[in-house]
Ligand binder design. Structure first.
Ligand SMILES: [Mg+2]
Length: 173
């Protein structure tokens, strides 16, 4: 059961991920969470770091979609500013919208990575769809209300993974 919740990789930040690393892994496509993955959950606008990272990935041929459980207003504001496709209210970890997103991006599960800061939504949801899952440290150490219960369950899972020595934070892929 623990396997369903185990990320394939754990990175301190997503911004070191490069197109070259992804291609070596056979990946063409990124689905990424927004809140506390790319931006602090209460930061309205994309930072230069986010804009630059997306710009370079896209230039180098990686397809990217912002895949967030937050509302349309929040997600559209960021996605439109950096000109990437997005889905708001994605209902992670449920599978239907993951499948919709892959279809939309023209990608298979094998060639897609899911990046996110939450085990219960991003990682569990991605694993169920057989995506490669990359867990990142949250940008900000606090969360919106909706996330608090998930964080409690997450901390139990992370402790179990740590016991099995399945936890290893890395700097890059
Ligand atoms: Mg998040």
């Amino acid at each position: 059961m623990l396997k369903q919740f185990s990320p394939d990789k754990m990175l301190n930040t997503p911004f070191g991920i490069t197109a070259e690393q992804l291609r070596k892994m056979g990946k063409t496509t990124i689905l990424t969470d927004l809140d506390n993955t790319l931006l602090a959950w209460d930061q309205l606008d994309a930072t230069d770091e986010v804009i630059n990272w997306f710009t370079i990935l896209k230039e180098e041929g990686i397809k990217v979609m912002i895949f967030s459980n937050n509302n349309e207003e929040r997600v559209a504001r960021v996605a439109k500013a950096i000109n990437v496709p997005y889905l708001a209210r994605a209902k992670k970890p449920l599978g239907a919208n993951f499948r919709w997103a892959l279809k939309e991006m023209g990608a298979t599960p094998e060639e897609t990575v899911m990046i996110g800061d939450q085990i219960m939504t991003d990682i569990f949801g991605g694993n169920r769809q057989k995506l490669t899952t990359i867990f990142v440290r949250p940008v900000k150490q606090t969360d919106g209300m909706a996330t608090k219960l998930n964080r409690m369950m997450e901390s139990i899972i992370l402790k179990r993974l740590a016991k099995k020595n399945q936890i290893k934070w890395e700097e890059s892929l």
